[in-house]
Design a protein around this ligand. Structure first.
Ligand code: PMP
Length: 390
């Protein structure tokens, strides 16, 4: 059971251990509860308690809205993990990386110059839908969502004159592939939400001009709403910071205090027997293995292929441990894969939200073990039915 937790749709009771019979498996959201058991094991060491008088102020010592210690620990973590170059970068905190999506679009757009055309914000299919919805929501004079990179990459000569801001997600959400920008000469916001050793191999430290990270997929603290950007250019960093200041007067001090504690626990355990990445990797690798074992018996659905790869953090070749399964429906009649899975009692996220074909749909593997077990049960029934139906 999971005492004290929000129950998933298939479970009820005080510790969420009562199964709802025949319930639909929910593999929609990327809620990172797979790390909850790790923090239960480190409950005392990761606890943060502070009195009513503490952190009343809008501002922090020295760092204005940023905790200097948290800034330092984020840099320590990136250096220790080897997943990003931090020495020549500014750090900007946000209320989740969600808030920084628009902060960075704003920061990279032409500033207030009435003559310059608005920046075009683009991404490659399949992409994380929030890039479009955030850009559309804050649609301003300085930038607009301008579709996918396929429209522009075939027309090389036009690229150099147009102000593009390209969203790149690496590993990608939804298909988990490592990606690079495709539009030469434009600004890229490289979202590394999943670029941590429990969710991908780390071939080398990332060193793009504008990078985005989030606590949600690093430690699982999605509810704390904390993300950060690493930005090479001082002017871009200042604009992003000013966006966050004008929007929310800086990331919550309570959250910063909690994240500092969480990072300290993570750092203290790196490469030891309680390494959070080793823990998370084992969970995710085992889920991927079990899912593949079932789906490999199917002709009706298939998963993205991921080879074992060398990881600089673990210093060895690693089996895949992706956050999402990118499912393809192979049979002619299954034109809408989301609907096919729904009929089999599985809620997924349709590929159409990422402008991919309806033949694709995403299943989250990041949720609590109970959620994954129900998902695997439904998938197994689905594949078994296919074999018996032949
Ligand atoms: N970027 C990507 C690629 C994501 O998948 C997510 C969440 N699923 C986010 C950003 C936003 O995460 P958060 O706001 O929790 O930091």
């Amino acid at each position: 059971g999971r005492p004290g937790c929000e129950c998933n749709r298939c479970f009820s009771g005080p510790d969420c251990s009562v199964r709802t019979p025949n319930c639909t498996a929910d593999a929609d959201s990327g809620n990172p509860l797979f790390l909850e058991p790790y923090w239960r094991r480190h409950a005392a060491a990761s606890a943060v308690v502070f009195s009513g008088w503490h952190r009343l102020s809008y501002i922090t010592t020295g760092g204005r809205f940023h905790s200097v210690e948290l800034d330092r620990h984020i840099r320590l973590l990136h250096r220790a993990v080897g997943n990003a170059v931090v020495d020549d970068k500014y750090l900007v905190f946000g209320a989740g990386s969600m808030q920084l999506i628009n902060a960075l679009v704003y920061a990279l757009s032409p500033d207030g110059n009435a003559d310059s055309p608005p920046a075009s914000v683009v991404a490659t299919v399949p992409y994380y839908p929030a890039y479009k919805s955030q850009t559309d929501m804050f649609d301003g004079r300085e930038y607009r969502w301008d579709g996918t990179t396929a429209t522009w990459s075939n027309n090389g000569s036009r690229n150099s004159t147009k102000g593009f801001i390209e969203f790149v997600t690496s590993p990608n959400n939804p298909d988990t592939a490592l990606r690079k920008p495709v539009l030469a000469g434009s600004s890229a916001i490289v979202d590394h939400a999943y670029y941590w050793p429990h969710l991908t191999h780390i071939p080398a430290p990332a060193d793009e001009d504008v990078m985005l990270f989030t606590a949600s997929k690093l430690s699982g603290h999605a509810g704390s709403r904390f993300g950060w950007a690493l930005i090479r250019d001082e002017k871009v960093a200042k604009r992003a910071l000013s966006y966050v200041e004008q929007s929310i007067m800086g990331a919550s001090r309570d959250t910063q205090l909690r994240m500092l504690k969480i990072l300290k626990v993570i750092l203290a355990n790196l490469h030891g027997k309680e390494d959070i990445f080793a823990f998370g990797y084992d969970v995710m690798r085992s889920r991927w293995r079990r899912l593949n074992a079932v789906v490999s018996r199917s002709t009706r659905i298939s998963l993205q292929k991921i080879p074992p790869q060398y990881c600089t953090y673990f210093n060895r070749i690693k089996e895949p441990s992706p956050a999402y399964a990118w499912v393809k429906c192979e049979w002619d009649e299954d034109v809408d894969c989301y609907e096919t899975l729904l009929a089999a009692g599985i809620i997924s996220r349709s590929g159409t939200l990422s402008e991919a074909e309806a033949r694709y749909t995403r299943m989250s593997l990041l949720k609590a073990q109970d959620d994954f077990d129900v998902l695997l049960e439904r998938i197994t029934e689905f594949v078994d039915a296919e074999e018996h139906g032949r």
